[in-house]
Structure formats: structure tokens, C-alpha cells
Design a protein around this ligand. Sequence first.
Ligand code: BYC
Length: 329
Amino acid sequence: MTAEQAASSAVIGASGEELQEHFDATIARDQRIEPRDWMPEGYRRTLIRQVAQHAHSEIIGMQPEGEWITRAPSLRRKAILFAKVQDEAGHGLYLYSAAETLGADRADLTERLIEGRQKYSSIFNYPTPSFADVGVIGWFVDGAAICNQVPLCRSSYGPYARAMVRICKEESFHQRQGYELLMTMMRGTEAQREMVQDAVNRWWWPSLMMFGPPDDNSPNSAQSMAWKIKRHSNDELRQRFVDMTVPQAEKLGVTLPDPELRWNAERGHHDFGTPDWDELMRVIKGDGPCNAERIQRRRAAHEEGTWVREAAAVYAAKQAARAEKGVTA
Ligand code: BYC
């Protein structure tokens, strides 16, 4: 038991067993666990792990698309992309705040990320060589994010679930902007259609990997689902994404690069091929096409931002001192 938990147990005057029973009953009733509630240490640790990884993914996820801000083909596309990348920064901030409600320290989480001690989504370790990648990231990556994150709006931990509500609204918008961009390119020249198909070919399998390893090789799923942090397994969500995306691909006029992809009337779902799980493991371990570059860029941005953090801290201290003296700004 942490000091904080011991204190809360002392206040309530409940034994460890009673606290555990209360926690289990709250989960069973589908009610939320809030920051001041007692929670098992494993629940807290699992949430910090997932929420921090999620926050890091949003922040690192700004890089692949961000590379196109200065090269977007029109002012309209530049403004849209700017807004989208800015939204991802906002998502990262909500999620770091949610992690802080669990007792995590934000500066420490950033250190862990840039030292490679905490993960972020594998998907952001792939390059974006063409502007069609911006559209495909919106369509596939934000589409996968929606499949994964809409159920997280019902996650058992209150601050995480509430952060997800707004994030999901914005991700839906992002997905549509990606699809609209691709629709425009598909109505363009033959070269533009080829760019879209090429981007689809490169992003399809990594997007399926975003959902994590298959269920029989997902060490955290069973406990996370029992705690109702996760509501569906990795494979269930992957299937949902495939079923959602196939008709969209048909409408767009692109081919998903999987010869095994077909409708299975008996299952009421699409069958599809097996992603290269060795590739996923390599990318997670740091050996993807852009891992080193992503972390290097994040580290540089953190170091270059030192003066901003210092100035903000001095300003906040000044404001606090003034408020104490009763001086209004
Ligand atoms: N990449 O037991 P498992 C966005 C790790 S950003 C890297 O199944 P779990 C966006 C996993 O962490 C959206 N690592 O784990 C932003 C675990 O390692 P540890 C990001 C992965 O947690 C900008 C190990 O493999 N979304 O939308 O039960 C622009 C075993 O896995 C991956 C989230 O973060 C992976 N793909 O399930 C555009 C969603 N997969 O921690 C868009 C929230 C697995 O034990 N997170 N690992 O060392 C989740 O839903 C779950 O954490 C996961 C994994 C489904 C990802």
C-alpha cells in the first residue's frame, strides 16, 4: 500500500480487504474509479502505463504529419494540417493531466519517453514520403484510433474516460479530413491516384498492428479487461477496424493490400491475412524505420524548450507572490 492509500484507508477506517471489496463492487457496478478513491497498486500502475503511452503517442504522432506543414500544397491544406497537429498536442496534454491524477509526474514521464523507458504507438515510426500519407494517416490511423478509443470513453478510470470523450470527437473530424483529402486526390490525375494507392499499401499493415499483438500473445489484456480499463480485446477491435474500412476503400477506389481479405457471411465479418508480428515487435523494441529520428527530435524539442518552462515557472511564482500581497495584475 502506498503512503497515500494508507492515509485514505486510515481516514475511512477501513481494512485493506474492505477497500478491495469496495473497489471490486464499484467496477462490477460499472461505476467510475476517481483519483481520490482507493485502488489496487496494479490498477494504478497499469493505468499510468497505458495513459502515459497514449499521451506519448499523441505527442510523437505530431511528427510524421507535422513534416508536411511547410510543404502542404495549398493554404487551405496547410491550415487544416496545422489545426490537426495542434489538436494532437492538446490530446497529449489532457492525457498527461489524466496520468498526473494517478500520482505520475509529468517531467518524469517525458524523461522516460526520451530515454526509451516508456513506449509510444508503433505506427508513428513509419515515414511520410508523400502528401497522400497525410490523408492515409487521417483515414487509417485516426480511424483505428476511433475504434480503439470510443470504448475507452467507458473505461473504469474517470479522468481517462472523460479525456477520451473530447479526443474521440476530434479524431472523428480528423478521420474525415483524411478521407476528404484522399477523395480529392482520387478525383485528380493518374499520378495522384498512384500516390494514394502507394500510401495505402504502406500504411495498411502497420495500422492493423496499432491494435497490439494478437489476443493469445497480449499479456496485459486479461487483467485490463477484468478491471474494465480496456473494454474489448485487441483482436476484436482490429476486426471492427477492418469491417469499417473495407467499404470505405471500395468507395474511394483503392485496393487494400491483402489477398486474403474477403467477406465471410458465416461470421458476418471480413476475413483477413496475418500482420507481420515480428515486424511489430521489432518496431516496439525501437528498431522501426524512424524510431531513432522520432526520439531524437522529441529530445531536441524538450531541450530547446527548457527556457520556456523556466520562464513559465518564474512567471507563475511572480504571479503567486503578487496575489499573496493582494496586488492584482
Ligand atoms: N505500439 O498486452 P498488450 C493517435 C505494447 S495516438 C507500441 O496487448 P495493452 C494519433 C504494450 O504497451 C493513439 N507498443 O498491451 C496521434 C505492451 O507493452 P508493456 C495511441 C505496443 O496495453 C497522432 C506490450 O506491447 N493509442 O490516435 O493491453 C496522430 C503487450 O501488448 C503496441 C493508444 O495509446 C503498439 N501498437 O494493449 C494521429 C490507445 N501494441 O506496456 C493519431 C490506448 C502493444 O507491457 N492504449 N504494445 O511494456 C491501448 O488501447 C492499449 O495500450 C493497446 C495495447 C491496445 C495499445
